[in-house]
Design a protein. Sequence first.
Length: 260
Amino acid sequence: MSSGSKLTDAQRDEVCNRWLAGETQGALAREFGVCDRTIKNLRTTRGLRSRPKKTPKKASGANIAEFSSRAKSVLWRQDTSPEKPTYHSWKARVEALESKDGGNLSHNEAIVRASKEYTCLLRLFREYDVSHFDPNPESHPKIKHFGQNISHDESQVTVEGIDQTYRDNLRWAMTAAGAFLRAGITPETCPNDASWYLYRQAIDEPKDFMGKVGQMETKVDKDAENRAGLRKDSQRSIAELNDYLAELDIEEKRGGETND
């Protein structure tokens, strides 16, 4: 049996690229349904006896193999159930896009196109330059791509004028900033000017913003402690009042018996 005889040429290329990107020989063998020796023989045939030394990631991004590896890792961690539905739905989508009826895309093109449909993967498009493998560059215009400046057009943000507490403003700002930093999604509306200010601070001055979050958490804990103390004091007061009333009742009964 020749090395990798159960694999197509495209699969052999993918296995080699993913092994070079850091995936283990055993994991690749299991995914492609071959034994470890098949992968080892393929590496020997291609002259891949060792991985190249890792170098710091450059601003130019990385190749499609690393993008694919990262995408699989992110998708695998999305679900806690052993079935991993998100991961398998992505793989099925890639296979569908490769089919003649689904688009007849190359494997790499299908990976990029399918990944656009998963919010948890959008941040990878900012980290890796995969534009060469993007069959539909104009699709999903909200995705921020590698090398693209992410800016806020504040004139397009609608201020709803909602009067809410500082804690609610802080919570909104944290959620909106998380969506922006994770996937480059900018809010179209905000509750009020104060919430927008906190949102911008969360992005531009995260240390100061997290300091405010810490102060709020401390205040919440203190308020909870104070409420617990008040509740305890109230319960003590009620118990003391009941005891006092009981004593009065006893005294009244004694007084009645004396009078008789």
